[in-house]
Design a binder for this molecule. Structure first.
Ligand code: SAM
Length: 252
C-alpha cells in the first residue's frame, strides 16, 4: 500500500467517502483538457476515481472506461452509481492487473497522485501509467503547485460586487493555512516536497513547480504537451493551487 502517512485512513473515512460521492461537474482545467485531448472511442483508465465525479464525462467518450481506487467504499459507490462500467479496488502504484499498452488515456484527477508517498512510489506510479498506456497515449494528471501563495482567483460569474468581494476575502483567508504549510515544510523554497495540506483535516501531500513535475514525468519517458492552471485562465504561478498536466507517451 502506497501510504505511510495516514492518507489512506483519511480517504477511507465514511465522511470523506460520502463527500466524494456527492461531487459532480468538472473543474475548468478538466473541461478544457478533456475537450481538447480525449477523443471519442478511446479506452480510458480513471485512477483515484473517488465518487465517480469524472466518470460520466469521460465514459461518454470512451469505448471502454475503467475506474480504480484504493478505497473499497469509493469503488462500491461507483459500481452502484455506474453499473454499466467497471471499477476495481487497486493501488495506483501497482497496476499489474492491466497489461502493457492497453489504454489510450489515463486520468488521475484532483491531485490524487499527490497523496502517494514516499516519492519513489510516486515515480513508480508514473512509470506504471506509462506502461499501461498505448504508444501515443495521454496521461492527464493534476498536481499541487508548490509556489501558490494566494488561491484567490475564481472565474467570475454574475454575482454582484458584494458577493464577489466576500468570496475573494473568504478565499484569501482560506489560502493562509496552505501558504503557511508550504513555507514551513520548505517545499515552497525547494520547489517540490511533501507538506501537510489542511484539507480533510490534514493530508500529507506532494507539490511541485511545473518544471520539477515535468522533470519527473520525463524521467519515466513522458513528453509534456501542455500545462493548464486550475482555472484555465493563464494566471501567474502564485495564484493557482494546482496544475493539470497533459503528458504523452511517445508514439513508436
Ligand atoms: C482528491 S480525491 C479525488 C477523487 C476523484 N478523482 C475526484 O476528482 O472527485 C483522490 C482519490 O484518489 C484515491 N487514491 C489516493 N491514492 C491512491 C492510490 N495510491 N491508488 C488508488 N487510489 C488512490 C483516494 O482514495 C481518492 O478517492
Amino acid at each position: 500500500m502506497s501510504d505511510f502517512n495516514g492518507n489512506f485512513r483519511v480517504f477511507s473515512s465514511p465522511d470523506i467517502v460520502r463527500y466524494y460521492s456527492r461531487l459532480s461537474g468538472l473543474q475548468p482545467a478538466e473541461i478544457y483538457a478533456f475537450e481538447k485531448y480525449v477523443r471519442r472511442g478511446v479506452s480510458i483508465l480513471d485512477i483515484g476515481v473517488g465518487g465517480g465525479r469524472t466518470t460520466p464525462h469521460l465514459a461518454a467518450k470512451a469505448i471502454r472506461y475503467v475506474g480504480i481506487d484504493y478505497v473499497r467504499a469509493m469503488v462500491d459507490n461507483c459500481t452502484a452509481a455506474f453499473p454499466e462500467h467497471s471499477f476495481y479496488c487497486a493501488d495506483a502504484v501497482n497496476l499489474c492487473m492491466f497489461e502493457d499498452a492497453i489504454f489510450d488515456v489515463v486520468v488521475f484527477s484532483y491531485n490524487g497522485i499527490d497523496v502517494i508517498s514516499p516519492r519513489e512510489k510516486r515515480l513508480k506510479c508514473l512509470s506504471e501509467v506509462f506502461r499501461v498506456l498505448a504508444p501515443g497515449g495521454l496521461f492527464i494528471v493534476s498536481s499541487h503547485n508548490s509556489r501558490v501563495l494566494f488561491d484567490i482567483v475564481r472565474p467570475s460569474d454574475n454575482a454582484g460586487i458584494i458577493r464577489r468581494t466576500w468570496r475573494l476575502i473568504r478565499a484569501a483567508v482560506k489560502s493562509i493555512p496552505v501558504c503557511v504549510a508550504l513555507l514551513r515544510s520548505g517545499a515552497f523554497y525547494a520547489g517540490a516536497g511533501y507538506y501537510l495540506h489542511p484539507s480533510h483535516g490534514g493530508i500529507m501531500g506532494y507539490c511541485a513547480t511545473p518544471k520539477l513535475m515535468e522533470l519527473d514525468a520525463c524521467s519515466v519517458g513522458f513528453q509534456p504537451l501542455e500545462i493548464v492552471d486550475a482555472f484555465n485562465l493563464g494566471v501567474p504561478q502564485y495564484f493557482t493551487p494546482w496544475y493539470y498536466y497533459i503528458l504523452a507517451k511517445p508514439a513508436v
